[in-house]
Design a protein around this ligand. Structure first.
Ligand code: NOJ
Ligand code: CA
Length: 538
């Protein structure tokens, strides 16, 4: 049976930065509700909302102090219900971010847990006796210091591998597990269609608290191979349980964030019998350099590492890594037009590969990253690593660029992060009316994907042309079952012309240069710099 999320295009919203409805400079739920028409016109099927729960905002919501309520900064529970209702009316599903590796240090559970070793909640968190030294080398990666934070009341240290404000749960504790599953059921009851699971592979830690070995990788590993503080084999048991909770509630998707770039690790989270997470993020594209071969190798490796029955997914940008329009910007004389052309190639790849695409708000406009002055930084990681470039996450979290008015139409007040300087020339209002804009390109790709089963669920076979060309065929039976719909995608990653040999004649469905419906005769076809073609094979 096919599930809705296999056919869906997801759109991630970072609520602080999408739309501010009440003029305090911070995006909110009512702001998102106001923009549903835009999301509908873009054609996305589901929104994944980064956390909006009650939080002291030490990690901007990834530190939750009440899992069942909305932080007043983002509105009220009624605003959330309204959003679910309005989105549902437009056929848009809502997926929440479940931050269940850790809570905030202000969560009542932790306040109780840290007060005494005899507290019933003490065992819900992870502790080590305080001998004056941390028990191992695990790091609080946003603070660059030890992950073991003193708790004088119990003469212990608690674990927090992000900041000291994010104490980590002991998922070996059955009561804690049940408490989290209850939270899931609560939101299912309010109509959410699934969860993105924050640091899902971090739930279980090594029972002997062994030190991690050294790694040469700085980002995102912070020079450690995370084999003991995350990625323990026992986590699969938890995933199986969570899957039962999700399945019992109907068609509710579980999408896991795995820590690190290893696609094999992500693949393993689907379970040997595809009985764990429905999807685990494949983050490889976030770290790939621009190049057809690199993306092809990555996609092929990902497909071959997934267990039978598991469904692939792809992401180019999210709230933790520099935006891809910035990563793939071109240098040289024609840098602006080439960068724009690359953004089209990247979008065409993401939206025509076999697997669920995850978009990040603003990528459809080609929003990029800018270096922020130190005084503008808000992200604890950015502050701790300043002035190192591109480790802090504020540049990818700047306000959505709606129009050319003050604050890019995001807010009537000064936004919590500065708006990118290009907002007057790069915004929804301008691109909306321009059929040649990147936004229109995204719309066309999404609508094509919607209308063509071959693009959504068809098989994929890569074609060997020039090494700078990423090309593949997607095939699916047509509704009568007797014939096949076949689509060929050809993407020229090079800044110069390249040629291919088409085996069969085709007709352009969507082209970055060629017109829709133009014929492609079998034989040699010349592609312009960074040209993209999606064509139906005749
Ligand atoms: C991963 C999230 O994507 C990131 O934004 C957050 O800071 C950490 N997990 C901690 O929750
Ligand atoms: Ca607001």
């Amino acid at each position: 049976m096919r599930h809705w999320w296999e056919d869906a295009v997801f759109y991630q919203i970072y609520p602080r930065s999408f739309a501010d409805s009440n003029g305090d400079g911070i995006g909110d739920l009512a702001g998102i509700s106001c923009k549903l028409g835009y999301l509908e016109s873009l054609g996305v099927d589901a929104i994944w909302l980064s956390p909006f729960f009650k939080s002291p905002m030490n990690d901007f919501g990834y530190d939750v102090s009440d899992y069942r309520d909305v932080d007043p900064m983002f509105g009220t529970l009624d605003d959330f219900k309204e959003l679910v209702f309005e989105a549902g009316g437009r056929g848009i599903r809502i997926v929440l971010d479940l931050v269940a590796n850790h809570s905030s240090d202000e969560h009542p559970w932790f306040v109780e847990a840290r007060s005494s070793k005899d507290s019933p909640k003490h065992g819900w968190y992870l502790w080590a006796p305080d001998t004056g030294r941390p028990p191992n080398n695990w790091k609080a990666i946003f603070e660059l210091g030890t992950a073991w934070h003193p708790n004088p009341a119990t003469v212990e240290r608690y674990l927090g591998t992000f900041t000291k404000h994010q104490p980590e749960f002991d998922w070996r504790e059955p009561e804690l597990r049940e408490a989290i599953y209850d939270i899931m059921r609560y939101w299912y009851g309010l109509g959410v269609d699934g969860f993105r699971l924050d640091v899902a592979t971090g739930y279980i830690k090594d029972s002997e608290l062994r030190s991690n070995p050294f790694s040469f990788k700085a980002n995102p590993d912070f020079f450690q191979r995370h084999i003991y503080d995350r990625n323990r084999p026992e986590v699969h048991e938890v995933f199986k349980e969570m899957r039962k909770v999700a399945d019992a509630a109907g068609e509710r998707v579980l999408i896991g964030e795995t820590h690190g770039q290893d696609p094999l690790l992500a693949a393993s989270c689907h379970g040997e019998h595809a009985d764990e997470l429905h999807m685990a993020f494949n983050f490889e594209f976030l770290y790939k350099n621009w190049g057809a071969r690199a993306f092809r190798d990555s996609a092929e490796r990902w497909y071959s590492s997934l267990p039978e029955g598991a469904w692939p997914n792809f992401t180019l940008s999210n709230h933790d890594q520099p935006r891809h329009a910035w990563r793939y910007r071109a240098g040289g004389a024609k840098s602006a037009s080439l960068s724009e052309a690359r953004a089209r190639i990247a979008a065409a790849m993401l939206l025509t590969l076999r697997g669920t695409p995850f978009l990040y708000y603003g990528e459809e406009l080609g929003m990029t990253c800018e270096r922020l002055p130190r005084t503008a930084l808000r992200d604890p990681l950015g502050i701790a690593t300043w002035p190192l470039p591109s480790l802090g996450r504020d540049p990818e979290r700047t306000p959505m660029q709606w129009d050319a008015s003050a604050n890019a139409g995001f807010s009537s007040a000064t936004p919590w992060l500065p708006v990118n300087s290009d907002y007057r020339v790069r915004n929804v209002a301008l691109q909306d009316k321009d059929p040649a804009s990147l936004l229109s390109w995204y719309r066309s790709l999404i609508s094509l994907r919607r209308s063509m089963p071959a693009l959504r669920e068809g098989s994929i076979a890569f074609l060997d042309f020039d090494p700078d060309i990423l090309a593949f065929e997607r095939k699916a039976p047509t509704s009568n079952g007797r014939t096949e719909e076949m689509i060929v995608v050809v993407l020229n990653f090079a800044s110069g012309r390249r040629a291919i040999e088409l085996e069969k004649a085709a007709r352009v469905l969507l082209g970055s240069v060629r017109k829709e419906d133009s014929a492609l005769a079998a034989g040699r076809i010349e592609l312009g710099p960074c040209e993209a073609i999606v064509a139906s094979v005749e």
